[in-house]
Design a protein around this ligand. Sequence first.
Ligand SMILES: *[C@@H]1O[C@H](CO)[C@@H](O)[C@H](O)[C@H]1NC(C)=O
Ligand SMILES: *[C@@H]1O[C@H](CO)[C@@H](O)[C@H](O)[C@H]1NC(C)=O
Ligand SMILES: *[C@@H]1O[C@H](CO)[C@@H](O)[C@H](O)[C@H]1NC(C)=O
Ligand SMILES: *[C@@H]1O[C@H](CO)[C@@H](O)[C@H](O)[C@H]1NC(C)=O
Ligand SMILES: *[C@@H]1O[C@H](CO)[C@@H](O)[C@H](O)[C@H]1NC(C)=O
Ligand SMILES: *[C@@H]1O[C@H](CO)[C@@H](O)[C@H](O)[C@H]1NC(C)=O
Ligand SMILES: *[C@@H]1O[C@H](CO)[C@@H](O)[C@H](O)[C@H]1NC(C)=O
Length: 344
Amino acid sequence: MFALGSFLLAGLVCQSLGQYEYEDEYYMPYAPMEGASTPNCAQECECPPSFPTAMYCNERNLKFIPIVPTGIKYLYLQNNFIEEIKAGVFDNVTDLRWLVLDNNNITSEKIQAGTIDKLGSLEKLLFSHNKLTKPPSLLTKSLDELKLVANQLSSFPASTLSGMENLTSLHLSKNKLTTESITGAFKGLKSLVLLDVSENKLKKLPSGVPASLLMLYADNNDIDSIPGGYLTKLPLLQYLRVSHNKLVDSGIPAGVFNVSSLLELDLAFNKLKTIPEINESLEHLYLQANEISKFDLTNICKFSSPVNYSRLRTLRLDGNNVTHRSMPDDTANCLRQASEIIFE
Ligand SMILES: *[C@@H]1O[C@H](CO)[C@@H](O)[C@H](O)[C@H]1NC(C)=O
Ligand SMILES: *[C@@H]1O[C@H](CO)[C@@H](O)[C@H](O)[C@H]1NC(C)=O
Ligand SMILES: *[C@@H]1O[C@H](CO)[C@@H](O)[C@H](O)[C@H]1NC(C)=O
Ligand SMILES: *[C@@H]1O[C@H](CO)[C@@H](O)[C@H](O)[C@H]1NC(C)=O
Ligand SMILES: *[C@@H]1O[C@H](CO)[C@@H](O)[C@H](O)[C@H]1NC(C)=O
Ligand SMILES: *[C@@H]1O[C@H](CO)[C@@H](O)[C@H](O)[C@H]1NC(C)=O
Ligand SMILES: *[C@@H]1O[C@H](CO)[C@@H](O)[C@H](O)[C@H]1NC(C)=O
């Protein structure tokens, strides 16, 4: 198959938001040579002859989806003013693989039956920054990436993603999802690696998440506790972000972070009064802007001895009531890899 990479320049916009950089993937328009397009291409769009299965209709002030000719598998419609997906638009391309609709004005009511729900081979559906109140109904089981960031989703029926054994990344941040509205939504997604439910209205971490997850982002919600044993069901999880929530000490059961897979744990901007117990394999612990007033080394260095030490490299404690002087004398031995311990 033709190397997609040369046409799809996945740019990375790095916004510095807190301690890590959010990578906002976007799809750059491919600029073919002047006038070059295959004969059947919609006149508003471009279909490079060297990549005839792609149609680029992005940034064209479109109000409607143009006629999509037979043979197109990659369809780019982002950054337009589309409000509606009319019946029949995809009739000749039911084997569409990628559909990019980011940055339009589409509402759930205006997605007609017989459109997205007819696409049985869809692998990527990028539908961020629209006005959806519920996820589009999908026929495909072959989806590998679904992005519905910054819509107005308040419901997410449990059946939406059923049978999608190849779904690896699911972005649902910046919506209005509640704990109840996502109940059962992630069951059976046995390839899911990334789940982003940040900036919603969750009171709890999502339940029934697949054991395949490496990254779980749930920052900026209303979560006050982490259930005991939650992480033992996620044996591969490396990144857990629960910053900007309402976590309190009583919501952190003993040993809940005692798992050796975790590399990054972000608990910043919560209401914790003590440093939670962690495993020595954790590398980055973010606790800034909590209510910690004691540097309790025992929770970080349970095992400390000349040969046993913490792998912690970053420890942020700024915005708490602790200073360098709060650090016990034996800190250096245990935290010998910590190049960044930040107090203020
Ligand atoms: C589908 O293709 C047929 C034959 O080329 C054409 O007549 C029809 O208008 C097309 N439909 C759409 C919705 O593009
Ligand atoms: C969406 O619609 C609103 C008005 O309803 C308008 O202000 C806005 O510019 C539109 N945005 C896009 C991307 O079409
Ligand atoms: C998942 O991917 C595998 C390997 O590419 C493929 O054989 C299988 O059909 C896919 N499953 C679905 C439901 O599309
Ligand atoms: C952490 O878990 C390991 C293995 O699961 C166990 O051996 C160890 O005692 C636990 N540590 C604490 C402090 O509970
Ligand atoms: C960290 O996890 C490993 C592997 O499960 C375990 O052997 C070790 O005891 C844990 N450390 C602590 C401090 O519980
Ligand atoms: C290192 O710590 C583990 C517990 O995490 C303990 O079982 C082991 O005996 C310690 N090893 C040494 C040499 O202190
Ligand atoms: C901050 O810590 C100091 C000394 O450890 C203590 O006297 C003070 O009450 C603490 N302040 C708050 C707001 O917890």
